[in-house]
Design a protein around this ligand. Structure first.
Ligand code: GDP
Length: 295
């Protein structure tokens, strides 16, 4: 189910509360069952779906108000539970001006890592930060050319190599170069693989050890459904993931799986990718996202 439909389905379920003369546990159960089904069909992890229901039932039992207040309470509880699901309660990294901030990107091939690095660079560049991009992806043929083209389009200096085959050496050299030139936002794009393989994780760890980043951003494809949860956990266990960017939440993305995977990384979602253009990067706030979803 696409995200916009999820919002509609939840709203429709909640509408039943407005129509009913009294709200008893049976009706609430029915409404919550419909909300649960909608969440599951949007690939939200089953663990969170069950928790959402039990938390709302608990609030309902503790509440002795009736009518309008009760409906409002249930509606607010749904918003609150969904928001909590998307909120890691961890403060994201805040880069500081006037010093080099090294930010490393990790993720599987095709997740949108290179595109997102460029969007992120463009974001800081527009704010007037001295921003640079490094291509430490030596695995995929054409990776450096792609980053070079992207960087040129957004007018951000870049570093990479056609001949060097060691991604750790490139990352280290690139960071050293841009630090010397007083760049404030130094972004390192790393290799991806199609699968979560040990070679990929070893390489990520080595690059991380070599450049000692201030932040590591995990880029995840928002359209991959339930698989997100395991993938997020695997990356979290391999490298020190500080925050997450979920891509492809435009168009027909289900998104629920990716959104609930935030819990697996215990890291905040900082942006979502909403298209292929470099300006299609939106800051993410759990509460406003849920409110917008539910109209
Ligand atoms: P990488 O292998 O992880 O570096 O992935 P790329 O950056 O090459 O992106 C893979 C594909 O996903 C490209 O065709 C991108 O244009 C596309 N892509 C990346 N982010 C988004 C997004 O937010 N929305 C859409 N629709 N496409 C995206």
């Amino acid at each position: 189910m696409v995200l916009a439909d999820l919002g509609k389905r939840i709203n429709n379920a909640l509408q039943q509360l407005n129509k009913a003369p009294v709200i008893d546990e049976e009706l609430l159960n029915q409404v919550l069952k419909e909300i649960q089904l909608a969440l599951l069909q949007s690939d939200v992890n089953v663990k969170y779906v069950a928790k959402l229901k039990s938390n709302i039932i608990m609030k309902f039992k503790m509440e002795d108000s009736q009518g309008v207040n009760l409906k409002k309470m249930i509606q607010q509880a749904v918003v609150q539970e969904l928001t909590q699901m998307l909120d890691s309660n961890k403060k994201p990294f805040v880069p500081k001006r006037g010093k080099p901030n090294v930010v490393m990107f990790v993720g599987l091939q095709g997740a949108g890592k290179t595109t997102t690095c460029t969007k992120y660079a463009y974001h800081w560049q527009k704010k007037g930060w001295r921003t640079a991009l490094i291509c430490a992806d030596t695995f995929r043929a054409g990776a450096f050319d792609q980053l070079k083209q992207n960087a040129t389009k957004v007018r951000v200096p870049f570093y990479g190599s056609y001949s060097e085959t060691d991604p750790v050496a490139i990352a280290e050299e690139g960071v050293k170069h841009f630090k010397k030139e007083n760049y404030e936002m130094i972004i390192v794009d790393t290799s991806g693989r199609h699968k979560q393989e040990s070679e990929l994780f070893d390489e990520m760890k080595q690059v991380q050890a070599a450049v000692n980043p201030d932040e590591c951003i995990f880029v995840m494809d928002g359209s991959i459904g339930q698989a997100c949860y395991d993938q997020a956990q695997a990356f979290r266990n391999a490298v020190n993931v500080g925050s997450v960017i979920i891509t492809k939440l435009d168009g027909h993305a289900k998104g629920g799986g990716a959104l609930s995977a935030v819990a697996a990384t215990e890291s905040p979602i900082i942006f979502i990718g909403t298209g292929e253009h470099f300006e299609d990067l939106e800051p993410f706030n759990p509460e406003s996202f849920v409110k917008r979803l539910l109209g």
